[in-house]
Design a protein around this ligand. Sequence first.
Ligand code: PMP
Length: 451
Amino acid sequence: MSDRTKKLGKIDREYVWHPFTQMKEYEEQEPIVVEGGEGVYLYDTEGRKYIDGVSSLWVNIHGHKVPEIDNAIKNQIDKLGHSTLLGVTNPPAAELAKELIGICPPGLKKVFYSGDGASAVEVAIKMAFQYWQHKGKPDKAKFVYLENGYHGDTLGAVSVGGIELFHSTFKPLLFETYRAPSYYCYRCPLGKTYPSCEIACAKEVEKILEKHHEEICAVILEPYVQAAGGMIVAPEGYVKIVREYCHKYDVLMILDEVATGFGRTGKMFACEHDGVTPDIMVLGKGLTGGYLPLSATITTQKVYDAFLGEYEEFKTFFHGHSYAGNPISCAASLGNLEVFRKHNTLENLHVKIDYFEEELKEFEGLKHVGNVRNKGLMAGIELVEDKETKKPFPLERKIGWEVAENAMQHEVLIRPLGNVVVLMPPIGIPMEDLKKLLKVTYKAVKEATES
Ligand code: PMP
């Protein structure tokens, strides 16, 4: 290892507290120091390269060093770094909002910017809550969320989060909610089997709404894929059914497309698979192609109009972040959308998804692979100790990490979610790299679980 890498590792361990990381363990290791990227590859300070198998935590869309995005950022830097969006605007923020509305499901009309996914979820929660205040129904103040759902780490987002491991510590700080079962077919919380269940988990959402709709303001969920929950894939039609219940019981629907947006599932947005338009849609991560923090909470005219009034009525949405609509981030996002158009990214994706799905089937033959699921290029390979009984590996066995470490030896960077091996490459990944990603992961799983 070079002196430079050693030195960087040392300063890092001395000064940086890493997210979602047990620092006691981290301090005992030499970290990989990533300093470069090109296409689907990341480069470390030792000159090693790795396929970015989880898109740098699900943000990267077309790869690294994408000329259109690089140029958009460079051009913007020559003009303006930042100016506030409180009462004034800037060209990229205005232009991007127009473009986003152009690609969003029909009916979404207004873009509210913030920085991270969690902030945009907070915005959605507060907007939905305040909407009903203005509509003269202040009792509609509670949210329905799904078990295994994940919407970020700020307290509002954690209140509607359904992952015990991450969220239970903070319970005393959270607001009251209603929890509906997850659409987790492999381990159905209702003990049923798809398709004979007739998507009974959606029916559970209706039961809650039927009983409590007068005090419910919105249902929030991740359309099609509960990503952080373990890449859990919804049965076809689920989102549409819940949309209908929301209409029926006069409750807003918030769809969190932070992970699923921008082509990940094969369409620009996952809700398009079911032809659904939510009342509020949340975007983040891939919005800038994975370059800069930027998120957006996008609403219908109906939601927006409820906030209009005379100044002294104080119907204003009193919420905003300093870097909302940052021109450099918005320019990057415009570059991202330009790549989609110029390179027909979505059209070209189908071949990759077909290949990906076909190859993923191979994993099902492995002794300790209990379930393989995917939507588009988002996949979860759930490892189990016993395939017959679906008995999970104990978490302390860290089997997912063992797979990731094996993969790293063969130039592939992946990050598991507990016992679920996650693959979520940039959608711009070339075929030969997709092949390599699958081949290496297959070997890594086999080695970790069968030897
Ligand atoms: N929603 C979903 C569906 C997510 O997957 C995430 C992040 N993994 C978030 C919200 C939070 O986004 P951020 O990390 O940018 O705050």
